[in-house]
Design a protein around this ligand. Sequence first.
Ligand SMILES: *Cc1c(COP(=O)(O)O)cnc(C)c1O
Length: 412
Amino acid sequence: MAAPARGEQVVLPTTLGGEPTGLGRFGEYGGRFVPETLVPALEELEAEFRTAWVSDEFRAELGDLLTNYAGRPTPVTECRRLSERLGVRVLLKREDLTHTGSHKINNVLGQALLTRRMGKQRVIAETGAGQHGVATATAAALFGLDCQVFMGAVDIERQALNVFRMQLLGAEVIPVSSGSATLKDAINDALRDWVASVESTHYCIGSVVGPHPYPWIVREFQRIVGDEAREQCRTRTGGDPDFVVACVGGGSNAIGTFTGFLETAARLVGVEAGGHGLESGQHGASVSRGVPGVLHGARSLFMQDEDGQILSAHSISAGLDYPGVGPEHAQLAAEGRAEYVYATDDEALAGFQLLAETEGIVPALEPAHAIGWLAREAGRSVPAGSTVLVTLSGRGDKDANQVAEMLGETLG
Ligand SMILES: *Cc1c(COP(=O)(O)O)cnc(C)c1O
C-alpha cells in the first residue's frame, strides 16, 4: 500500500493488527483487572471496536476526519543539517503537524466515533499535563458530547493554560486532591466515576494503558503513524530505516510507530524519561527500572518500592511523567524485539535546542528525549551512516515558557 499524499484521503488498515491473546494478554502482561461493574462496559467497547474497525462506514468516517480535520497524512521530513551534525541520516515523522499538535488526536477521534456508535452522550478522561484532556475536549466539542476531565489539583496549578483551553472547548475540569494529586490519582477517580456512570459514559483513555481492550484499541488507532511512516520511508530511501526511535510515556506514539515496522529488520528503540538520572530515583524509566505489578486495570511494569507501593515518576516533560508503561511494551522488552533506553532532563533540553537550531522545528519536550538520546548515541550505539526514523510526537509551543525559564531567558 503506497502512502497517500498530503490532502489525499487517508486509508485505514483493513485488518486488525496482532491481537492480544486470551483476555488481553501480551505475553505475561496486560489483562483486565477491574471491578465487576466495569466488565460489561469493557466487553461492549471491545465488541463495538471489532465491528467498527472492519466496517467500511466507520473506516470512511474516521479516514475523512483524520484527513480533513486532523490534517493527515503527516509528512516524513529529511533533516539535512541535523544529519550532517550527527553523522547519521535522520528522518522525522511529523505528528507535530496534526490539529492540536500531537499524535493524541488520532486516538481521541477514534474513541469519540466509538462513543457515538455505542449511543453514549458523555465522555470522561484523565489528564496529567492537560494534553490528553485538551484532545478529548476537542473531539467532544466536534461530536457534541458532554465532557468531564479529571485532573490532579497539583497539575491544575501547573497547567493553567490547558485548563482554560479545556473550558473553552466546553469541557468541565474536575480537580482531584487524593494521593499525590497528579495523573495516577486522576486515573483512579476517572475509573471510580466510570463505575457509577458506565451506562451513559465512555471513558476515553489517553495511552496504551488500562484494562483490555484499551491497550489494543489505542494501539490500532495509533498504528496509522507507523503504517504511513514505513511507506514514506520506502518511497524516500528505497528501504526501511536501520533504527526506529520514539519517546515512551504510556507508550502510544511509540507502539503506533513500532507496529508499522515490526515485520522489518529495523531496530526499535523506545526512549524513556531519565529525569535526573536512573541512579537518582528521580525519573520515569518504567521499562528500564520498573517491576511487574498491577495498576489501573492491567499487569505491566511499574516503578514500585520494596512493598509494591507505586513511586512518583519525575520528568522535565509532563507527558512522560507516568510511573508505568503499556503492557505491549513490557512484552516487546521481554522478547527483546524493542530496546528501551533513556535520556535525562538535560539531554532532552539539549535535544530541544538542537532540533530548533538545525532544522527550524521546535519539538515538544517528550520527543526531545528521542532527539537527545540520538545526539548522545550517534556514532556510538547508532553507527555512523545509519538511517534513523524518529517520531516527533508533538510540537513544542506548549513547552516554550518552561524551557525559557529553565534556560534563564525571558520571553518578549
Ligand atoms: C502525551 C504525549 C506523549 C506521551 O504519551 P505516549 O502515550 O507515550 O505517546 C508523548 N509526546 C507528546 C507530544 C504527548 O503529548
